[in-house]
Write a protein that binds this ligand. Structure first.
Ligand code: BG6
Length: 322
């Protein structure tokens, strides 16, 4: 059995032989669907999300670059719209690659039945889709808002029990530029009132609901009981996974590579109602954004330098083992 693909010039989909699937819009290189082998959706996508390229997608995994929120006081990024332009630009699909790894189950089965070639071949397949965006792809208007030569490569890897997304930013200019990056993941949960988020204990955070005036130290697991918009900066090392626990069971485990900050966001009822593209109205009970990024400060990239950041979201038993 092979990985199957489709690419209709506006979205790319991939399905593993074991049933897991992935759907990515070229608009924003936004992951809009990630399903497990049972066909259960792992990401939250608004019923009213615009998928036609007229507005950033409300749900899935929008990409934030080169600014998180708005930065009116930061000269280089002061003209940019909220969360920058990567999520509202059309990306190029660069290609796909598949790989195989023997699963633990497969290895065990093979060992217990040396005569069965078919069992020994029970390897897990994974697929990686690559997307690119560079200053050359931008329209003049957008380029004028942030006049730097850059390139982005975004890799989305679907494994049987996890999704990895990684972003490489390269400065192709002859002057340095400052940037922020964030993977704005909307995770789907059954009921937000049963959710707690671990792995942020002791991390300092700024609370954007309070106007980000103070730095607070978090204590214990995070529960979402109202509008929540926090930028956590956990201790640099060791980088513990951030685990979304639901009803006592680990649902997702997010591990980060070079992305030092974690934003936890839920708009709750009033803010959700104020967003034209947020539906259903009580959809905030079915989602939580856990966003891995580098946003508390700006990264300065020198000419020719590159920055790479990644997250892996593991589901089910792997998350429980974390
Ligand atoms: C979060 C921010 O990352 O994104 C919030 O911390 C913001 O402040 C949210 O409201 C959604 O942003 P947008 O632009 O997609 O509505």
């Amino acid at each position: 059995p092979q990985v199957t693909f489709s690419d209709d010039n506006s979205r790319v989909t991939a399905v593993l032989p074991t049933g897991e699937s992935l759907e990515v819009l070229l608009y924003g290189a936004t992951v809009i669907s990630w399903k497990d082998g049972a066909g259960d959706e792992k990401l939250w996508l608004s019923d009213a999300a615009k998928l036609d390229g007229t507005k950033a997608v409300r749900g899935g995994i929008p990409l934030v670059f080169p600014v998180f929120g708005t930065a009116p006081d930061h000269a280089q990024t002061s003209k940019l719209p909220q969360h920058g332009f990567a999520r509202t630009s059309r990306w190029e699909f660069l290609g796909k690659s598949t790989s195989e790894s023997e699963s633990a189950g497969g290895a065990k089965a093979a060992a217990s039945s040396s005569s069965s070639k078919a069992t020994a071949a029970a390897a897990d397949q994974s697929v990686k889709l690559d997307f690119g965006l560079s200053s050359a792809n931008l329209d003049d208007k957008t380029r004028a808002l942030w006049p730097f030569a850059f390139s982005l490569i975004y890799g989305v890897t679907l494994n049987r029990d996890s999704l990895t997304t990684s972003l490489v930013v390269t400065n192709d200019d002859d002057k340095p530029f400052d940037c922020q990056v964030l993977l704005h993941t909307y995770l789907r949960v059954e009921d937000i009132s049963n959710v707690s988020i671990t792995g942020l204990d002791g991390a300092s955070y700024v609370d954007k609901v309070d106007g980000a005036k103070t730095k607070t130290q978090s204590s214990g697991a995070v529960q979402i009981t109202g509008e929540t918009d926090r930028v956590y900066t956990p201790a640099a090392a060791p980088s513990a996974p951030v685990v979304v626990v639901e009803g006592g069971r680990a649902g997702f485990s997010v591990t980060r590579d070079s992305l030092g900050d974690v934003v936890v966001w839920n708009p709750w009822a009033d803010k959700a109602a104020a967003m034209a593209d947020f539906a259903p109205a009580d959809g905030f009970r079915r989602m939580v954004c856990v966003e891995a990024g580098s946003v508390a400060d700006f990264q300065t990239l020198e000419p020719g330098d590159a920055f790479e950041g990644a997250q892996t979201i593991a589901i089910g038993s792997r998350a429980a083992a974390a």
